[in-house]
Ligand binder design. Structure first.
Ligand SMILES: [Zn+2]
Length: 381
């Protein structure tokens, strides 16, 4: 063999040795999180039941149905639009593992853009997972990326134009599940996922669709509901009842010309009333301190406290932070109050959710007390 060939083999071996640990770390992120089927779950299925175009792809998430004995309305809740916003997918998991529905139907998709849970930016210093302490030990959850994994949708266009709204954005937004709505049956994988969700909302004649997020305090929409105009009555009544419990929520109307987002397109393209909920989490924002697990779980961030004192944040960020327990509790209680408001305003289309963990208990005692113990042998905890 020539010297050049030996040199080539040596370079390949060095590249292999350097890249293998990174490859192993990325592949580990494909392992799904454990979600325990709670006492109220009446069916578990795949979103592709509503649209074949995502069947067999990396973006066919599970849904959980909780159906009451008494007929009523239908609410569809999804978390994990952005898997960098952990309370957005912990709240659906707390609901799945605890609540019962006695009237109407509650569909929950805990990790809707399931592909993006494997798109963690480990190279940018993000944690790949976090743990929640429970009475039986701890539960581990993945921390993902903001968009669909590029190994499942590639390459990005230079400019992404939403096929329905014709609004143009940066190319990588073609993988952002909250910019591609209302989706397209023959579009990018993320657009097909959106189309599948729209088909579910239409087929199940959902009264309300709820999209769960978290936002950094330097963004304008924090601790708020962004709503389609048709959701104004239900959301306002829910917010009044949340306020009575000491939970302050700002009501923000969806701007008519900000397109591709769930609160606009689901309201415009389906019969459902669309509500997007935001809590306060600095971890994935541009202004933040060290992005470690403690920051993710507590939001204690001296850098943001300084930014807040300088008037650079839309909401106050104090040294007490905003714990993951409080953020998850806000989402859980907000969903229950939207269901209560729907029942109060349209009793024949009401949804009654029972057994949700009390807000104060989640805030003070932690959500770990409301996470179920996975079956023996589950290696993912
Ligand atoms: Zn988000």
């Amino acid at each position: 063999m020539t010297r050049t060939a030996w040199r080539g083999i040596l370079i390949l071996l060095v590249v292999g040795a350097v890249s293998s640990p990174a490859a192993i770390a990325f592949i580990r992120q494909w392992q799904p999180d454990t979600i325990v089927k709670g006492p109220g779950v009446t069916r578990v299925g795949k979103l592709s039941e509503y649209f074949e175009g995502i069947k067999g792809t990396a973006n066919d998430p599970d849904y959980y149905l909780l159906e009451g004995k008494e007929p009523g309305g239908t609410i569809i809740v999804w978390g994990g639009t952005h898997p960098v916003e952990p309370a957005g997918y912990l709240a659906p998991i707390v609901l799945i593992e605890n609540v019962r529905v006695t009237k109407g139907r509650l569909f929950i998709i805990p990790q809707v853009n399931i592909s993006s849970f494997g798109n963690t930016k480990i190279g940018m210093g993000d944690v790949d997972h976090f743990t929640i302490a429970t009475p039986f030990g701890s539960r581990k959850f993945r921390f993902g990326g903001r968009g669909t994994n590029p190994i499942h949708q590639w390459p990005d266009p230079d400019v992404y134009t939403n096929p329905t709204t014709r609004q143009s954005l940066a190319g990588e937004e073609s993988r952002n599940f909250n910019r591609v709505h209302p989706g397209h049956p023959r579009g990018y994988l993320t657009e097909r996922l959106s189309y599948a969700l729209m088909q579910m909302i239409r087929t199940e004649k959902a009264d309300v669709g709820i999209d769960l997020h978290e936002a950094p305090p330097d963004r304008p929409l924090v601790n708020a509901f962004a709503i389609h105009e048709r959701a104004a009555d239900v959301a306002s009544l829910a917010i009044l009842n949340l306020e009575a419990q000491g939970i302050k929520v700002r009501l923000e109307m969806s701007p008519k010309y900000l397109r591709g987002l769930s609160h606009r397109e689901i309201g415009d393209h389906t019969q459902a009333m669309a509500i997007l909920m935001e809590t306060q989490s600095p971890y994935h924002g541009p202004l933040r301190g060290r992005a470690d697990e403690a920051n993710l779980l507590t939001a204690k961030d001296p850098f943001l406290v300084l930014a807040s004192d300088m008037g650079r944040t839309s909401v106050k960020h104090t040294k007490e932070g905003v714990s993951i327990h409080l953020r998850t509790a806000r989402h859980v209680t907000s969903i229950v109050e939207v269901a209560n408001a729907l029942t109060e305003l349209t009793p024949e289309r009401g949804v009654t959710i029972e057994g949700a963990p009390p807000y104060d208990a989640m805030v003070k005692g932690g959500i770990g007390a409301y996470l179920q113990q996975p079956p023996a042998g589950d290696q993912r905890t």
